[in-house]
Design a protein around this ligand. Structure first.
Ligand code: PLP
Length: 378
């Protein structure tokens, strides 16, 4: 918030700010998706739909989950919502009671802990660092479990680190969770298509199918199809949980936009070539930014497995400079002296780090990295 306010102030004073803060693709929504939305308007699909999603979209989701994830759900076990964020919110509201604990590995996507608190629950944050590849260890998970643990949130590939858990790591988590049948697992798969491990995307259900009856798979069209503004996300999971989430949605937002649902149906069922091509572009930008960041003295970046974020550890800079006390001040410094907006790691529960989004053009990235390098050498 502080960095945004400062960026807005600088922009208002006429400064050109290079934004590496975006949490959304810089690409446009594919044209066949836009056409489907226009057709929906023309065809009069402008009324309420059923709360949990049109039969067409739910069928497209059923087929997507089978085709891409080898996961099999009947339509009753799927709820379409106004963005993946809404899906996660519905889940936490439906599942959590005051006193419950939600296990969240850090760095985390900013909304998880606050959504848990809104439901009266307590976030239990498991800190990870760059030395451990920003990954929660099985020992950490085991040590965090208590009688009050109710939900574990997994996000792989992760916002903000871009890191992905391997099958073995997921398997190890599954083995621990097997002894705790009361814990539900939220698998936030929103970045599944922006991945360059060379292996197919896998979530915990692929390696531990025994968790099927207590895992909720959360996803959406925002990141893969550059559809952040359309607000379509979905959840697939146990019937009782999905039914409870649907009740909450029914008394709050009702159905997601009918037009966006038609667009999302086209996105999920249409050609996927653009998704693959865009992923390659993100990878090229990733290679450039990680290399450039590592060439700055005091900055340590590791390769991401996917997403469009780099999350370097900037402690070397903070320790060296008297004029920068922490990551928030470093973000303000970069705005002031490099005209670059980035998000401080403390927003994600990892002080001392910085999130740089490369959902922007190579020209902007080159200019930004050039400015950052010069400013930090001052
Ligand atoms: N989950 C993660 C990890 C995200 O980074 C985001 C968006 O930034 C979301 C969920 C929410 O996505 P949506 O736009 O579908 O609400």
């Amino acid at each position: 918030m502080a960095v945004n306010a400062k960026a807005a102030q600088l922009r208002a004073s006429g400064r050109d700010i290079l934004s590496l803060a975006a949490g959304e693709p810089d690409f446009d929504t594919p044209s066949h998706v836009k056409k489907a939305a226009i057709a929906a308007i023309r065809d009069g699909l402008t009324k309420y739909t059923v709360v949990d999603g049109t039969p067409e979209l739910k069928q497209a989701i059923v087929e997507k989950l089978t085709r891409e994830n080898s996961l099999h759900y009947p339509p009753e076990q799927i709820l379409v919502s106004s963005g993946c964020k809404h899906s996660i919110y519905n889940l936490m509201q439906a599942l959590l009671d005051p006193g419950d604990e939600v296990i969240i590995p850090a760095p985390y996507w900013v909304s998880y802990p606050d959504m848990a608190k809104l439901a009266g629950a307590e976030p239990v944050i498991l800190r990870t660092d760059i030395e451990h590849g920003y990954k929660m260890s099985p020992e950490q998970l085991r040590g965090a479990l208590s009688r009050r643990s109710r939900l574990l949130v997994l996000n792989s590939p992760s916002n903000p680190t871009g890191i992905c858990y391997s099958d073995d790591e997921l398997q190890a988590f599954g083995a621990i969770l097997a002894d705790h049948p009361e814990i539900v697992i939220a698998s936030d798969d929103i970045y599944e298509h922006i991945l360059w491990t060379g292996r197919p995307f896998r979530n915990i259900l692929n390696v531990c199918p025994v968790l099927h009856d207590r895992t909720v798979v959360l996803n959406g069209v925002s990141k893969a199809y550059a559809m952040t503004g359309w607000r379509i996300g979905f959840a697939a999971g146990p019937e009782t949980i999905i039914a409870a989430m649907k009740k909450i949605q029914s008394q709050s937002t009702s159905n997601p936009s009918s037009i966006s649902q038609a667009a999302a149906t086209a996105a999920l069922s249409g050609s996927q070539t653009l998704v693959t091509r865009r992923c390659k572009t993100y990878k090229q930008r990733h290679d450039f930014i990680v290399k450039s960041l590592n060439s700055i003295d005091g900055v340590r970046a590791i390769d991401s497995d996917g997403t469009f974020y780099a999350f370097p550890d900037m402690n070397g800079i903070i320790e060296r400079r008297d004029d920068i006390a922490n990551d928030v001040e470093l973000a303000e410094f970069l705005l002031e002296h490099a005209s670059v907006a980035a998000v401080p790691g403390s927003a994600f529960g990892s002080p001392g780090c910085m999130r740089f989004s490369y959902a922007t053009s190579m020209e902007v990235l080159e200019q930004a990295l050039n400015n950052i390098t010069k400013a930090l050498q001052m």
